[in-house]
Design a protein around this ligand. Structure first.
Ligand code: ATP
Length: 309
């Protein structure tokens, strides 16, 4: 749900240069309260550069970046309202989980009860007194989220919070994001994970080489750029030369073998779909046939000409 209020994050024609490298070439977007905004791009696209500017750690070369109406660079007053989860762990490994949280709680004047509440919520209460260096990757990531949420910020910025985590650990973080969004807070989420973006984000921006190549609701992007397909699975009963001739009629990337089964993906919207299905029937026994929407990953490939995986 997007509340039509003032944007929590407003980025206007943002430019960042590192020497000769133009990392951001004029980026503009707004993120509204109650919204999860996904930021997707291949390596080197400029995601971390954007996040560093949003978090006030780096100054823009040009354009503007405002969070809750304020400039971000060297603005400590903003940090009370901002939580940041970086991909790389910035935790004190020799201190325990609870000591890490106490350290940051003291900076923000957060009561001890809040630390206990977060440790419980993120299933870290039992391990709270163990040094962080003994934590698994998932536990460290959960502790980072606790730390970012300690002072109950209005805006949460997350840099690939689930990268390298197993599905169970990732699901805990997805739950946290959803819970936080329901409170009307704002989440800026950079991710490589298309499924995560599709299921969790209200809107996504595709970043490529320092420019936004597309920005919209995931479903709207899939409708606009994606092409639904008919997926046919069959067990061929003809000579392999006849199967080979299929490659002349259907693009090779639309044909896949798994053991002795053949899967063919035909664009749904094409004039001779009926003829193509008849031809497939003549090759053997059709086992399954169903339609499939375009995925966000396909849209990304089409819009940027790049693969994220
Ligand atoms: P990744 O997914 O690999 O983290 P990214 O989308 O976060 O990539 P950035 O780290 O923002 O991309 O980098 C964008 C561009 O800016 C890249 O070409 C990178 O080499 C360059 N860059 C980033 N930081 C610096 C720096 N401190 N000095 C020089 N160039 C930099």
């Amino acid at each position: 749900m997007i509340a039509m209020t003032e944007p929590a994050i407003a980025v206007e024609n943002l430019v960042k240069k590192y020497g000769e490298t133009l990392a951001l070439q004029g980026i503009s977007f707004q993120v509204y309260p109650g919204e999860v905004f996904g930021y997707l791009g291949p390596n080197g696209a400029g995601k971390t550069t954007t996040i560093r500017i949003l978090a006030g750690l780096s100054s823009p070369t040009g354009g503007s970046c405002r969070v809750l109406g304020q400039g971000t660079f060297k603005n400590p007053a903003l940090y009370r309202h901002l939580g940041v989860v970086f991909e790389e762990s910035h935790l004190y490994e020799r201190l325990s989980g609870i000591e890490n949280l106490r350290f940051f709680a003291a900076l923000h004047g957060v009561p001890a009860a809040r630390i206990q509440e977060l440790l419980q919520t993120y299933d870290l209460a039992k391990a709270a007194k163990r040094p962080v260096r003994t934590y698994s990757k998932g536990m460290k990531r959960r502790l980072l989220i606790c730390r970012a949420l300690l002072h109950d910020p209005e805006v949460l910025i997350m840099d690939e919070p689930t990268s390298g985590l197993d599905p169970t650990s990732a699901a805990v973080i997805h739950g946290a994001i959803d819970h936080y969004r329901r409170q009307g807070k704002t989440i800026f989420l950079s991710t490589h994970d298309m499924t995560e973006a599709e299921t969790l984000c209200d809107r996504v921006a595709f970043l490529n080489r320092g420019r936004i190549a597309a920005l919209d609701h995931p479903k709207a992007l899939m409708r606009r750029y994606g092409q639904p397909v008919v997926v046919v699975q069959l067990r061929p009963s003809v000579e392999s030369s006849e199967i080979e001739s299929l490659r002349e009629r259907v693009a090779p990337e639309r044909i896949a073998w798994e053991d002795d089964l053949l899967t063919v993906r035909l664009p749904l919207e094409q004039v001779d779909l009926g003829t193509q299905l008849d031809q497939l029937r003549s090759l053997g026994e059709i086992l399954t046939i169903h339609t499939q929407e375009a995925s966000l990953g396909q849209v990304f490939r089409q819009v940027t000409g790049t693969n994220l995986e």
